[in-house]
Design a protein around this ligand. Structure first.
Ligand SMILES: NC(=O)c1ccc[n+]([C@@H]2O[C@H](COP(=O)([O-])OP(=O)(O)OC[C@H]3O[C@@H](n4cnc5c(N)ncnc54)[C@H](OP(=O)(O)O)[C@@H]3O)[C@@H](O)[C@H]2O)c1
Length: 332
């Protein structure tokens, strides 16, 4: 194994340009090997910008023997196809969220990765930001007592944007797949457990048929609760609040944190608020470094694959609960 994981990029997306490729280049154990795009002109442009000598289409990236792993950032409906093709080509897969659109799809993708002995991680980078490590430490020290409720919000006002895959149902658009998914992942990450039931209301836009907004109530074992709100027609929010028997912890900026941004954790106890400032961190780079270390050291304790299966199953039940307008149990 090379000292660095050599990445091929599948899709010249905005997020690849802005965050992922710079993080691959700056990562201590990753390097950029090849750029892939549907358009050779675009691939060439990206390759030039990032001083990468090799470029081509998606298939060319998969054929390249010097590529160890791919970074996939496509409209969500294409993730399954390209993750499976990558696995068949023996490439590890770092796939953007949402990695799949159903639990069945998750099972197919994971089976192919296991068959070909490659790892796959869904790129929920927030989990690698030091602010959440600090929050988990505060919880473990019993700072706010027993935790029972997480309220989380993630949403943007996208009313000015219409031409984007996020507004195209066939391409996997919609706010659950795009932003609601973070809130589910955050609850699992903090409660360290899987929900047992769900109530949900997805507000479907009449024209595009995508879910423009959603509210979810997740019930976890021991009656722990997640209250989640998200959408595309909101005043911007990216927060979560954990309510315990002795206090509250709130992350003011939980999910989309740029590398130069300080984050603030508010700790509410005894009618006082303590502000804990966390220095800037590049959560994209930390996620990529973690993924590469897992591959290099063959770490099996990080079960990214189970995380993808759990997340996909919960999202399936959420969609069904909303369509049936009823409370539903989650059975794994
Ligand atoms: N982890 C994070 O923080 C984060 C942040 C933002 C977005 N994301 C995720 O990253 C992915 C991409 O999001 P984005 O906002 O960066 O998207 P984007 O700029 O619209 O890029 C999507 C790319 O997909 C490729 N593509 C292939 N078929 C396409 C089609 N039919 N229509 C449109 N594009 C097509 C295109 O690349 P080529 O033309 O080069 O083939 C396009 O540039 C999504 O899964 C999103 O959820 C993650």
């Amino acid at each position: 194994m090379n000292s660095k994981i050599r990445f091929g990029v599948i899709g010249c997306s905005s997020i690849a340009m802005k965050s992922a490729i710079p993080a691959i280049i700056d990562g201590k154990n990753s390097t950029l090997k090849m750029i892939g795009s549907r358009s050779i002109t675009k691939a060439r442009k990206f390759a030039k910008k990032f001083s990468c000598s090799e470029f081509g289409n998606y298939e060319d990236v998969l054929k390249n023997d010097n590529v160890d792993a791919v970074y996939i950032s496509l409209p969500m409906n294409l993730h399954e196809k390209w993750a499976i093709k990558a696995a068949k080509s023996g490439k590890h897969v770092l796939c953007e969220k949402s990695a799949v659109l159903s639990h069945n799809s998750a099972k197919k993708v994971i089976a192919e990765c296991k068959k070909n002995n490659v790892r796959i991680m869904e790129n929920f980078i927030f989990k690698f930001h030091p602010q959440h490590k600090k929050i988990l430490e505060l919880i473990a020290k019993n700072t706010i007592g027993d935790i029972h409720t997480i309220s989380a919000k993630y949403g943007f006002n996208f009313s000015h944007i219409t031409k984007n895959f996020r507004f195209n149902k066939k391409l996997g658009g919609g706010s659950l797949n795009d932003v609601g998914c973070y809130l589910i992942s955050a609850c699992i990450f903090i409660f360290k457990d899987i929900p047992v039931s769900v109530c949900c209301n997805l507000d479907i836009d009449k024209k595009s048929k995508i879910d423009i907004r959603g509210n979810i109530l997740l019930t976890f074992p021991n009656n722990k609760t997640g209250l989640l709100s998200f959408g595309y027609d909101n005043y911007f929010q990216s927060t979560y609040e954990i309510w315990g028997t002795k206090g509250i912890i709130k992350s003011e900026r939980a999910f989309n944190v740029t590398k130069n941004m300080k984050t603030v954790i508010n700790l509410f106890q005894n009618d006082k608020i303590k502000k804990i400032t966390i220095p800037p961190a590049n959560q994209f780079q930390l996620a990529i470094e973690h993924f590469c270390t897992t591959i290099q050291k063959n770490v099996i304790t990080d079960n990214f694959e189970k995380d993808i299966l759990d997340q996909a199953l919960i999202m399936d039940v959420i969609r069904k609960a909303s369509a049936r307008n009823s409370f539903m149990k989650i059975k794994s």
